[in-house]
Ligand binder design. Sequence first.
Ligand code: NAD
Ligand code: DAU
Length: 396
Amino acid sequence: MKKYLVTGGAGFIGANFVKYLLDTHGDEISIHVLDALTYAGNLMTIADELKRDNVEFTRGDILDAETVGRIFDEFDPDYVVNFAAESHVDRSIEHPRLFLETNILGTQNMLDQARRSWLMPGTKDTYRPGKRFLQISTDEVYGSLPREFDTPQPLAVSAEVAKVASGRTDLHTFGKEMFTEDTPLAPRSPYSAAKTGADLITLAYHETYGLPVNITRCSNNYGPYHFPEKLIPLIINNILTGRRLPVYGRGENVRDWLYVTDHAKAIDMVLRHGRVGEVYNVGGFNEAANIDIVRTIIDTISRLMHDNPGYMPLLKRPLDEVTYDLIDFVTDRPGHDMRYAIDPSKIATELGWYPETPFKEGIEKTVRWYLDNQPWMESVTSGEYQNYYRQMYSDR
Ligand code: NAD
Ligand code: DAU
């Protein structure tokens, strides 16, 4: 029975990972979720999972050595998956220090406790077998790629990758370059600089102390339980609640969208089969310009409402007002990265993973999920979370 310590497991990707693990391994595993429940974490997201005998929860900070140490001593995880982080680029521009504290020092504390707990007695760099520390990183550590094409062009991948990803026939790209694991690190926002710091200290613990680590660097995730500060859930929420739709600059920036369950599968494969000390890029094979994402969401909501009049009471504006006229082009994000595009060849060829969900299918599932789960949205946008946010950020 494998034991997983999942930090940030009440947040978007962490919670989807917990659900994926239970769907895939059932009672063959046990899970301990450690989450500080910042504005971005919500116990409602994992309420059903917490009822199970093989899932436990601690509210705590990854920076707190005593709490983390106690979990290592009592639970003795085989796998640590460190999702916990401040994750929103716009907030990092307003409050950089909190990002450095949580994302770098928090990760260092997690690594320290893993090292202390997993070391074989009497040794300095030999660890009990079967242990693995996985740091969840981001494509943003590589910086920004140029957008070279006005419209997406067919993407050519190697024969080996094409064989693994034979379920995808919709591959396209906005440029000739993509991020590989060898792309130099060049973060450009306080958020991505902090995530880069976390990557470097994780690799340093491997090189210096021999700690068995991996890093995964993924592209933009989307799917259920995504906090409505990020583009896709924000646009869905704004359409439903009668607000306008803010698009930064001209909406030409490109992101590579990865369905969150595909990401969860990749993480579990790296934990179980990845080579120790290696970095794996995890991408969606789905580059899209922001303006097209926003238009697709408008079209999808409009169509679902037409086809299912039962959803109509969720819409706080007349359906014929759900058009592209709702879009406002607003002041751009400072230092806004132009394009991200992940080359997932390494994980495809070494581990046989590829992003199975085409965007068309994933966005439909995602919009439907939000329409079917409005109580969740109301819970995370409630005053309690807003107050927490004000408190945490007041002095940093
Ligand atoms: P999120 O903001 O939805 O969730 C973060 C979770 O971490 C929340 O539950 C929060 O309460 C918890 N947390 C924050 N600070 C903590 C602390 N000090 N101690 C314990 N818990 C704490 O983020 P997400 O989108 O789920 O991202 C998860 C991870 O994946 C992050 O490390 C992020 O950098 C990375 N990532 C996210 C994306 C994406 O598209 N969302 C893409 C690439 C990488
Ligand atoms: O690439 C991985 C990263 O993706 C993760 O590491 C981050 O944790 C995650 O937040 C995400 O960062 P982005 O900045 O790409 O995501 P966000 O949803 O904030 O923005 C997506 C794009 O949409 C980006 O180009 C900015 C733009 N945008 C965003 C918001 C919130 C808008 O145009 N309007 C908006 O209101």
